[in-house]
Design a protein around this ligand. Sequence first.
Ligand code: KIV
Length: 277
Amino acid sequence: MDRKKVTIGELLQKKELGQKISMMTAYDYPTARLVDEAGIDTILVGDSLGMVVLGYDSTVPVTMDDMIHHCKAVCRAVKGSFVIGDMPFMSYQVSLEQAVQNAGRFIKEAGCDSVKLEGGSEVAPTVSAIVKAGIPVCAHIGLTPQTATMLSGFKVQGKDAESARKLVQSAKDLEQAGAFMVVMECIPDLLAARITKELKIPTIGIGGGKDCDGQVLVYHDVVGLFERFTPKFVKQYINLSPMIKEALVQYKNDLETGAFPGPEHTFSMSQEEAEKI
Ligand code: KIV
């Protein structure tokens, strides 16, 4: 199926029409092909890459070069989904120039359609600088894994009125700064609904309840390829890990018993030719 590229205008229109926006992470060519062919609106090449693909304990060690490498693979596969490249920790905090330069690499080198960065009102000037350079920015508030230590760990954010008010203000400041969309991670459903109502730009929930304009999940959680832990907000649609392990055990057994390779996997030549070798 050949798809036309999803546009920011179409994402905004979906919010206006009350149609849900789908987002899924992908980090490589074959996965991005599947996600694109499934008709998912947007692909996030998340820095969750660090945990689900590269084997780190957090997203903090992920580098710009890691992200560009994986974004390139995803962009080579995608026809229709709108691709968002996730700016890794310390690629946008040092200065506005550093942030704009690194955001530019996602667009120029990797071929992404936009970037995402974590943070509330304090990153509004950064969002504004990147948008002024002509690069669309998706914001990310609530639980921000790159700075989870500052938030005392991986916890639901905005549970009391005061912290919830700050998140509402952050969302408004980021919209004002020019963000075209905002991801809201691990916040109570009533707060997510309130922010969704107050913003013109779409909100994408991950642990934000059903009233967000769309949802994002990490691919490896959805298909059962990440076994270290499963957050409450995940719905697993298939459990591939045991299926893949079983296939690999069968392969090993087939080698050991001689069941593989069979004649159908083998190239042949005549006995006569073989004797001349
Ligand atoms: O890195 C990522 O995959 C993310 C999502 C969890 C929103 O930021």
